[in-house]
Design a protein around this ligand. Sequence first.
Ligand SMILES: *[C@@H]1O[C@H](CO)[C@@H](O)[C@H](O)[C@H]1NC(C)=O
Length: 590
Amino acid sequence: MLPLHRLAQSQSAPTSKYEKFASWLRSRLATRILSVALIVLFLLFWLFPPFPRYDSVPLSEIFKRPSAGAHYAQDSTEAPPSRVPAAVWHSRAQSVKESFIHAYHGYEAAAFGWDELLPVTNKSTTNFNGWGVTIVDSLSTMLLMDLKDEYTRALAHVSKIAIKIMCTGTIPFFETVIRYLGGLLSAYALSGDAILLTKADELAQTLLPVFDSPKGMPHFGYDPSTGFKAPSWASHALLAEMASCQLEYKYLAHLTGRAEYFQKVDRMMDLMQNSQRADGLWSTYWDITSGTQVNTHLSIGALADSGYEYLLKQYLLTGKSEKRLLDMYLKAVRGVLEKLTFLSSTRDLLYITDTKDGVPEHRLEHLSCFFGGLLALGVETVDLPQQDADLHRWAAEGLTTTCWMTYAETQSGLGPEEAQFKVTFDRLHPLKWMDTVRAWENAGREGGVPPGVKAPQLILGESRSGHRDYYLRSPGYYLRPETVESIYIMWKVTKDEIWRERGWGIYRAIEKHCKTEFGYGTVPSVQYKRTGIADSMPSYFLAETLKYLYLLFSEEDRVPLDKWVFNTEAHPLPVFHWKNSEKALYGIHQ
Ligand SMILES: *[C@@H]1O[C@H](CO)[C@@H](O)[C@H](O)[C@H]1NC(C)=O
């Protein structure tokens, strides 16, 4: 450090070039010159943005029909749209199949056997155990698309995977279960190829040590070569991690007769049943030793999502026999609708957000956009109490509409990772949705549906983005499926073609902005062509996004919702019924 008297000296008599420059910088003239230069620069950037903007025309073409759906835009005076002929839907489904082939052949050419393709540089990456996650995650999509040659090549690879020997360090439990185990089991159910069941059994067995903890809660991951069990997030288990393996392990218990597969994963349901909060929700972090909840963060997004999803889906998969799961689900949904669901400030858009210490964040995650579809699935497949059924149906429609709007209103037609809803102080907004539902009921249920259900006007164009009731907090599109997933279920359940049209718009935006020479890549900003396409093609794009789009446009129903249950990676598993012997052996709760 410079002694103070030396500092004083150097200020009074500048000697070096640097000191002269520094003293000039401190002068009043310099301040003026710099401020003027800054203003000029700012004006130049404003007038001539350095990154090109998307032309605004194609979007209005893509989303020609913002609110023409007959049954929810009830006060719309627009004529209902002319129906798109079946042959056109068939050809649209074929386009999605071509997209899958483009992505998968790109992966085969440059990355076959590695985990994922890098779609910009035509290289490969090893990020999920090194067993070829794209291959296993793609199996069920290939089978549904009748891609026989690709499937044959993929099956040859799967039969060669040596699970314990080939893996690269710690196996992450959650991702491995939903992508690999779910992928193998679904392909087994669709094809009957025995090797898939053999591999699934081997994988499930290899992973069992993750449950070695005092309360049987799963660790983050496990390394079979060293026996090391990796805790995640400083010895906390995440709600999504502990409660998103039950579909896979229970189905496998049914196929193999191994009681431990059922018992280890059903212990998490005991824990959750015993600790469901009065409001129906669960915390995101759990202490792995005591099996208790340790934070006050409530969410149906990143850390929690499929934990809620698997309650309803287990109930459906196992033939509606495990009644406690339906009770937990209904209670949880009441909590989500009561505490986490809001109406936006100016257009009454319905959205879901997290709360921390009871304070809502007003941030809608793309990951939460599965929720509308889940609610619609419940309404369609379960005989719900009337009041729940109405609420679920309205919320499904409102939430899925909002998620779609976050796509429809951007320049690219792609949706952001996170939208931040604005908080205004002039009205009482943001309002809790359930408060507005009760007010609407007390006022005589005007209009047939409560606020937040009908599609509001789109606000298109970049220049008008300030008029929207949200901004893009995290502007990337990561090829995620949740919005098209909900759109697919909404289409199945309502038969309203507007959902197919909306999905078609999203598909076209993906084709336009994510496609590379070698595959498809994520987009760092849905608003500007600032950074082009990023070098990542997650396997879930082939497992989920393209599968849901394909099924949305297909005329044929290969996976009826009452016969198949999609795991959280979009791998369909067939509904089955527990035999009495299984009920007795496994100790199944009725
Ligand atoms: C992409 O990579 C593969 C495998 O390295 C190579 O065979 C192929 O020629 C590459 N494609 C291009 C266009 O460079």
